[in-house]
Write a protein that binds this ligand. Structure first.
Ligand code: ZN
Length: 426
């Protein structure tokens, strides 16, 4: 959505020189899997430690990410001392791990695109107040991640919480974690890189460099940089350093609209009919989407036109869903996740029924996400659907937390420590 212009937005933000190199480091980190080289091939024939090294590394990653059965299956045929030691560790970890109790709802935090250069975002123009209210800076997001990790949170997928059984009823699934670890879902909305954000100090798309997903970011000097400048590449870099922040490689949900294109590519045949590169842009968006899925990200519909589903007629919801299905689903692939724009659910807290639900169900959606920042977590399992409330992490909520007016965020991080001093003073 485009921010409404708010008159009287205050002031010039402090110029902050971003430590860009520190941000990008994760993107250039070494792959976690050692590869056998030609020179070790002959040694490998006699030395099981060398021969089994890569498999032991894979098993360690699986175990770090709480997939104990997969780790044990990988280690089962191995004989090296390192493999035997790790197998004993994994058996012990599996024995002491616990299933997250189903009656305890899982928290879900969501973000918009990150502000990389606060000086350009908070420059007092028509969009500045919207950025200040609805978005977080790159520095704030990194602090949030570090705090979540330090407090034992682990990124899970909504599909880890529950799934459909053979008779199409949604059932809770066990999330098995060590004591002291808490599952959490993370998502990002829109992820289309609105045209009106150009020049405001945000990334402009998600792209591929050396097979990895990076953000494209044009800095204040006009230099184009590729690196970790938005949610997905920043989380990817963080998990590469801290694999145990991710449950079985799962990262989060990217909720996409269609009318402005997706992932920074102008892919809408309706809106961008005159884009001469429409087919190439769609193909590139699909390559990036495929790579994101490979990295553990999932996609959700955020409606095609960022519509208000509470007030939309059944006919409008039907037309909008058909457009998303035609323009976005071919790029993302199948999804059963639906993130309500504005958090505008089709129902209150009553379980789903009726004509609007029938439309969303017909398009394959089974997991639904509204917004409720008043409590740490809320979810509802009913029939063939799961609903989960999300907490918006943005300027409004950070300021509310920092001033002590709101307390919900304290479970996740200290809002006063997170709030960026480069934000306009209010
Ligand atoms: Zn949105």
């Amino acid at each position: 959505m485009r921010f409404r212009a708010v008159r009287g937005a205050r002031g010039t933000a402090l110029a902050v020189v971003l430590a860009v190199c520190a941000v990008v480091t994760g993107c250039t980190a070494q792959p976690s899997m050692p590869k056998p080289s030609a020179t070790t091939a002959s040694t490998a024939a006699v030395d099981p430690s060398v021969r089994e090294g890569p498999t032991v590394a894979r098993a360690r990653l699986a175990s770090d990410q709480y997939d104990y059965d997969r780790a044990l299956a990988l280690l089962q045929p191995l004989v090296s001392p390192a493999a035997l030691r790790l197998a004993a560790e994994v058996r012990e970890a599996k024995r002491t791990a616990r299933a997250w109790p189903h009656d305890s709802a899982v928290s879900h935090l969501f973000f918009h695109s990150l502000i990389v250069d606060p000086a350009r975002a908070f420059d007092g123009d028509a969009d500045a107040a919207g950025y200040d209210d609805y978005m977080v800076t790159l520095a704030e997001f990194q602090k949030v991640l570090r705090s979540l990790y330090a407090r034992g949170f682990v990124l899970v997928s909504p599909h880890d919480l529950a799934s459909l059984d053979g008779s199409h009823r949604m059932r809770y699934r066990p999330i098995v974690l060590p004591r002291g670890r808490t599952p959490i879902v993370l998502s990002q909305d829109d992820v289309d890189y609105y045209r009106h954000q150009e020049g405001d100090g945000l990334a402009s798309d998600l792209a591929l460099r050396g097979g990895r997903v990076v953000s494209t970011y044009r800095d204040r000097n006009g230099t184009t940089r590729f690196g970790a400048y938005d949610v997905a590449p920043v989380v990817d870099a963080f998990v590469q350093q801290h694999p145990d922040f991710s449950y079985r490689g799962h990262k989060g949900v990217l909720a996409l609209t269609g009318y402005e294109g997706v992932l920074g590519y102008r892919t809408s045949a309706i809106r961008d009919a005159r884009n001469p590169h429409l087919a190439a842009d769609r193909a590139q968006a699909k390559r990036v989407a495929d790579a994101l899925k490979q990295e553990g990200w999932e996609f959700a519909s955020h409606s095609w036109g960022h519509i208000d589903d509470t007030t939309a007629s059944v006919g409008r919801l039907q037309r909008d869903s058909a457009r998303w299905n035609a323009e976005v689903r071919p790029i993302t692939g199948p999804t059963d996740l639906y993130v309500y724009p504005f958090g505008a659910d089709i129902s209150g807290v009553a379980p789903y029924s009726g004509a609007k639900y029938a439309v969303l169900e017909r398009y394959g959606f089974r997991y639904f996400f509204g917004i409720d920042g008043s409590q740490p977590a809320w979810q509802q399992l009913h029939g063939s659907s799961l609903r989960q409330a999300r907490i918006d992490i943005d300027g409004i909520r950070l300021r509310g937390g920092a001033s002590g007016r709101e307390t919900v965020l304290r479970r996740f991080f200290d809002p006063r420590a997170v709030l960026d001093r480069a934000r306009p003073r209010r």
